[in-house]
Design a protein around this ligand. Structure first.
Ligand SMILES: [Zn+2]
Ligand SMILES: [Zn+2]
Length: 432
């Protein structure tokens, strides 16, 4: 597979070929067509991220072994940890919901931190062994599902909800989870994966490119009115969506795997339009039971068990005076999932019609959809921690309702749908 010089990049959001020269500390290079960040120079990135990852590992352990919060009402006490919350969901018959919670709050964050620690310690060697690249590739897949910050907001909402019926005592675990959120966010800000990719051994045994001579001539930077912008696709070049390496495969329609990180290469994501449609239709179907079925069922000494849907939960928060939390839950749980489905449908339709209008705006919409998607998981965490604490039989007990499962399904389906859509399709009508 012929190699392209390292400073030639195809933008991952619009496929425009451009040359990126070395950047001064703290500088960012953006795509001149769509504004996507092509490269960022972060001073002392690896050492700083390593220190943060080590601290995050400690915070993660403390957050998982100490109680998140305790509750006392009518002489009864209960408390819960993160895993205890998921366990209660499992006991109450929501096994799938429990698994989703464990994966998003414990497994995915732990995998993320463990991989970062391993990769960053290994990166002190030169060259960096190829398996560190493989780990980084796995981490890319895993990271969207690590939702400690969404869980944290879920805990706070549950706390306010419960404070209405009982005295809640925040535990050490909750503060540790707060510290974890700050550390994980700081890790994302300081980490520059390019520092690793530049020095990693290639998975196929080829050496790093360094410079491969004069192949760059004429690849990037040219543009004329009748030819249109020069994209990777036009030149038979394909960029790796994981490590950003640009290569010229022998067969452009079956480009194989990235020679550096092993990611499957594709000119455009495979069957992007059909897959995204299928996933958003499925999400739209699940959206109905998610809103109609109760997400929580509460049973008290007097009266029949009472079901709470997402909307009635919002109304309750509003009535008890927490209008700001009511608004957050309403936006995260009702508005965002529906808006995501509609936004993706709009993007698919405009791509189908090869529309050339508002491409930058449509790309921004796509980025917004991928950015906010995870926050819809909020209500799943609210239910988990409310259920875990309010098990004060026979005075009051709360069980998760069937709506939770459908709700989690909507969030997962729309997140995967956004991942299957290919933003480069938005720009392809310019490239004919
Ligand atoms: Zn671009
Ligand atoms: Zn790659």
């Amino acid at each position: 597979m012929p190699l392209i010089p390292e400073n030639i990049i195809a933008c991952l959001d619009c496929d425009l070929l451009q040359r990126v020269s070395s950047l001064p500390d703290g500088a960012t290079a953006r795509c001149r067509r769509c504004g996507h960040t092509l490269a960022q120079s972060k001073p002392d990135s690896l050492n700083r991220t390593l220190a943060l990852a080590a601290a995050a590992a400690i915070a993660l352990i403390v957050a998982n072994i100490t109680p998140l919060m305790g509750l006392s009402a009518a002489g009864r006490h209960s408390r819960t940890t993160i895993l205890g919350g998921a366990r209660e969901m499992w006991i109450q018959g929501q096994e799938i919901g429990a698994m989703v919670v464990v994966f998003c709050t414990v497994i995915a964050p732990a995998v993320h931190i463990a991989i970062m620690l391993t990769v960053l310690i290994t990166a002190r060697r030169d060259p960096v062994p190829y398996w560190a690249g493989t780990l980084l590739r796995w981490s890319n897949r895993n990271q969207p599902w690590a939702m400690v910050e969404v869980m944290m907001l879920g805990i706070l909402v549950a706390l306010v909800k419960i404070a209405d019926v009982a005295t809640v005592i925040p535990g050490i675990g909750m503060f540790a989870a707060g510290v974890l959120v700050a550390l994980v966010t700081a890790m994302t800000v300081t980490f520059d994966p390019n520092e690793i990719w530049k020095r990693v051994e290639w998975i196929n045994g080829e050496k790093r490119p360094g410079s491969t001579g004069g192949q760059s001539a004429g690849i990037a930077g040219k543009r004329s009115a009748n030819v249109g912008p020069v994209t990777g696709m036009k030149r038979g070049l394909v960029s790796c969506e994981c490590c950003g390496l640009l290569s010229k495969p022998v067969d452009i329609h079956g480009p194989g795997k990235c020679p550096r990180c092993g990611e499957k290469l594709a000119l455009r994501r495979h069957n992007a339009i059909q897959r995204t449609w299928a996933l958003i239709v499925a999400a739209a179907i699940c959206y109905i039971p998610a809103n109609v079925l109760p997400v929580m069922v509460s049973k008290t000494l007097v009266g029949a068990p009472e079901g709470d849907t997402i909307i009635s939960g919002v109304a309750l928060l509003y009535k008890t005076g927490s209008w700001h939390l009511a608004l957050i839950v309403l936006i995260a749980s009702v508005v965002i999932p529906l808006a995501k489905i509609m936004a993706l449908a709009y993007l698919l339709i405009t791509v189908r019609h090869r529309s050339m209008k508002g491409q930058r705006e449509r790309l921004r919409l796509y980025r917004l959809v991928t950015f906010v998607g995870r926050w819809s998981m909020l209500d799943v965490f609210v239910v988990t921690f409310t259920v875990a604490l309010i098990q004060l039989d026979p005075i009051i007990s709360i069980k998760p309702g069937g709506g939770v499962l459908f709700f989690a399904a909507v969030v997962i389906l729309t997140m995967v749908a956004a991942e299957k859509f290919d933003p480069r399709l938005i720009w392809d009508s310019n490239n004919e």
